[in-house]
Design a protein around this ligand. Structure first.
Ligand code: ADP
Ligand code: 5GP
Length: 185
């Protein structure tokens, strides 16, 4: 059976870093590339990190029922998993790994209860989260504030997840993540 590995976390907890490590470690995993209306960051690549699309195009796709799930994760910024993306990766016989917000993870888990494992990546503290987000240098003052406010809300979802992975020392978190994946696939 092809599995779905859902990695969710407050922004800055380190899920993208962990997901990339897992993709480098396990050949049988592929990344679900989401569609988003967020502007591309300098190091990001179209069709690798996201499908970067306009708000108009995003709304058109909603109208065509093209998404498994979508969310307005931040005010005015839309993110969604395309049905065509899941079908593409399953056709390749891969297990799919998602970097997704907490609500999106819950929605996919509900749609695929037997196939999905929901992993909550947790920062050691809110202070550490703020430090990481600042050090990443991708946010300005306004977006940093939005992300920290939302992070506080997202922390409340921890109990709904199958596994909680604390990301304190990165190397240890990598090892734990590898174990979680190995046990599940
Ligand atoms: P997310 O995808 O959850 O928003 P990222 O993977 O982008 O988070 O990580 C946020 C920042 O924190 C990045 O600059 C990353 O290099 C750094 N980071 C990730 N894990 C750790 C860790 N265990 N200790 C210190 N910094 C970390
Ligand atoms: P970022 O802008 O930092 O790349 O992502 C912001 C948030 O949106 C993260 O929590 C990320 O996991 C989430 N996200 C990315 N893709 C999707 C998606 O397809 N659906 C949902 N619901 N959230 C997503």
């Amino acid at each position: 059976m092809n599995k779905l590995l859902l990695f969710a976390a407050p922004s800055g907890a380190g899920k993208t870093t962990i997901v990339h490590h897992l993709l480098d470690t396990f050949d049988e995993l592929s990344f679900s590339i989401s569609a988003t209306t967020r502007p591309r960051r300098p190091h990001e690549k179209e069709g690798r990190d996201y499908y970067f699309i306009s708000r108009e195009r995003f709304e058109e796709l909603i109208g065509q029922d093209a998404f498994v799930e979508w969310e307005e994760v931040y005010e005015g910024l839309f993110y969604g998993t395309l049905k065509s993306e899941v079908e593409r990766l399953w056709a390749e016989g891969k297990h799919i790994i998602f970097d997704i917000d907490v609500k999106g993870a819950m929605n996919i888990k509900q749609a695929y209860p037997r196939e999905a494992l929901a992993v909550f990546v947790k920062p050691p503290s809110m202070a550490a989260l703020e430090k990481r987000l600042t050090a990443r240098r991708t946010e300005d003052e306004t977006t940093l504030k939005k992300r920290l406010a939302r992070a506080a809300e997202e922390m409340a979802y921890e109990n709904k997840f199958d596994v909680v992975l604390v990301n304190d020392v990165l190397e240890k978190a990598f090892e734990k993540a590898e174990m979680i994946v190995r046990d599940f696939i």
